[in-house]
Ligand binder design. Structure first.
Ligand code: MLT
Length: 273
């Protein structure tokens, strides 16, 4: 495991392989361990970077509140700290996708492409915000365990729950490595995040949208709607997967990411007229 000083705290990260950098940003309440199948499969062709956001995994448990802008600033500071000035492909899952939208708005010059997975553009509804408040109260009173245990059944598809108990156990273990500061910080960021729908029609870089067919948290129709607005987006549904398509169906996920990034690379090599 590697660590680097970023915006006043130690951020843990994985850095494997060489080539076009792909930066993987996890969802709530997860950490970079969720990208293990991507690190293993894709680092033969690309530079695969996966971060633990503040409060998550092996990064410092920095107290919140967080915001998607602040977390996007952390990614930018991470790239600066590693002296990566070549534009990257940013892959965000769920909350990682909300952060990717913020990153796009702030640091477009650092982006080569976006991979949006298991995410949505809309902000929280009034009911959604109230549910975040309720989770914050629970976390303050009872700690992280009831929060992450409550989320686990929704994170994967019913078929993954039935057929892959080892994977469910592994996801449970990953979520438990989230600090109270991380959970509370994230919940504030999730509750306050802006509506990114207006950003969709402004996006002018290649986008890949990957969504589990059986996502229990963000219905696939929301991802299809995003694709219809973005000028340059490919959409792929991932069979036999819920909210964690990269873990539930890594073969399809990795193949699609590999093709997307390889196409981007070929595009960059085209002579301009
Ligand atoms: C996530 O996976 O990051 C969360 O489900 C996002 C959310 O609750 O909106």
């Amino acid at each position: 495991m590697k660590k680097i000083q970023v915006n006043g705290y130690q951020m843990a990260y994985t850095d494997a392989g060489e080539g076009t950098p792909i930066v993987f940003v996890h969802g709530y309440p997860l950490n970079r361990e969720m990208w293990q199948p991507q690190i293993e499969a894709l680092s033969d062709s690309f530079r695969v970077l996966a971060v633990d956001l503040r409060g998550h995994g092996d990064s410092d448990p920095v107290p919140g509140p967080y915001s998607v802008d602040l977390l996007a600033d952390d990614i930018r500071a991470f790239l600066d700290a590693l002296r990566i000035d070549q534009p990257v492909v940013l892959c965000g899952l769920s909350m990682g996708g909300y952060i990717a939208f913020a990153f796009y708005r702030k640091y477009l010059d650092r982006l080569r492409g976006l991979i949006l997975t298991a995410t949505r553009a809309a902000a929280d509804t009034v009911e959604g915000k109230a549910a975040r408040e309720a989770s914050m109260r629970t976390a303050r009173e009872k700690g992280v365990i009831p929060i992450v245990e409550g989320m686990l059944p929704k994170l994967v598809s019913p078929s993954t729950t039935a057929k892959k108990p080892e994977l469910v156990k592994q996801v449970g273990k990953i979520t438990l490595n989230t600090s109270l500061e991380g959970v509370l910080g994230d919940l504030a960021a999730l509750r306050e995040r802006p509506d990114s729908t207006p950003t969709l029609e402004q996006i002018r870089i290649p986008v890949l949208i990957l969504h589990g067919e059986d996502d229990q948290i963000i219905p696939i129709q929301e991802a299809q709607a995003m694709q219809s607005i973005i000028l340059s987006a490919e959409f792929h549904s991932v069979p036999n997967a819920g909210h964690l398509p990269n873990l539930e169906n890594p073969a399809v996920f990795n193949h699609t990411v590999r093709e997307f990034v390889t196409k981007l690379e070929a595009g960059s090599r085209q002579p301009t007229a």
